[in-house]
Ligand binder design. Structure first.
Ligand SMILES: *Cc1c(COP(=O)(O)O)cnc(C)c1O
Length: 222
């Protein structure tokens, strides 16, 4: 199927409160243009230099989401245009992002806290206690260059739907706890980024608001 067909297929059964991040990492700008022509405006990238090059050569009404692991020395390059950074998984990264945002000036940077929910050790993210600990010390409240908009997580890479459902369910529950405890009056704390090509239906059932889909739109990456 073509890129427009793939997009259409995903969008048809997407609930109103769920947005699609088209993960275009490793795909050339022509591929993104095809999706753009079909109406897609939110794209996700995982490498800073690649995202910056694409930003420079593509239409400026694209919303760029950074979904990879951040190298702190390069954050400054994406600050002027990035719409959301999904993978903040330490106070150190949060603080560095804030410093760079304050230095660049102008934009408050929207970020999501990445929570480790998978069985694999290799996936990044806070565990729940680390996250509670960070939020219960008030340091983060002084960071005026960033806005914490919610959470992100990746389920285990498994065919076992029960396992995936359990992991997304636990992230949803944790999101609700953190929202109630630390962000009760902040309407901007509302995003739950979970779900990829193979598990996004399960993620939506569990309450995802942002699904990050690559392969199912663009085909396999090299
Ligand atoms: C690559 C990537 C995706 C997209 O995965 P697909 O299986 O291609 O849908 C989603 N989220 C993150 C964090 C990724 O790195």
């Amino acid at each position: 199927m073509s890129i427009p067909d793939n997009l259409q297929q995903i969008l048809t059964d997407l609930p109103e409160n769920v947005r699609l991040v088209a993960v275009s990492k490793y795909h050339p700008k022509e591929t993104i243009e095809e999706a753009y022509q079909a109406g897609q405006r939110i794209f996700g990238e995982s490498r800073i230099q690649e995202m910056t090059a694409k930003y420079e050569s593509l239409p400026k009404d694209i919303e760029w989401h950074f979904i990879g692991h951040l190298q702190t020395n390069k954050i400054k390059y994406i600050i002027p245009y990035v719409s959301m950074i999904h993978g903040i998984d330490s106070y150190y990264l949060l603080n560095e992002t804030n410093d760079q945002a304050v230095k660049v000036g102008g934009n408050i940077v929207n970020v999501l806290l990445q929570i480790h929910i998978a069985q694999e050790e290799t996936k990044f993210g806070f565990n729940q206690d680390e996250c509670r600990e960070m939020l219960s010390s008030d340091k983060w409240k002084k960071l005026t260059g960033i806005r914490i908009c919610g959470m992100m997580g990746m389920a285990s890479n498994t065919n076992c739907e029960e396992q995936i459902r359990h992991e997304f369910g636990s992230l949803r529950k944790f999101f609700d706890e953190i929202k109630t405890t630390y962000f009760p009056t902040q309407s901007s704390f509302c995003e739950l980024s979970m779900g990829m090509s193979h598990d996004y239906h399960i993620a939506i059932e569990a309450g995802s608001t942002l699904i990050r889909i690559g392969n199912k739109i663009f085909g396999n990456r090299e």
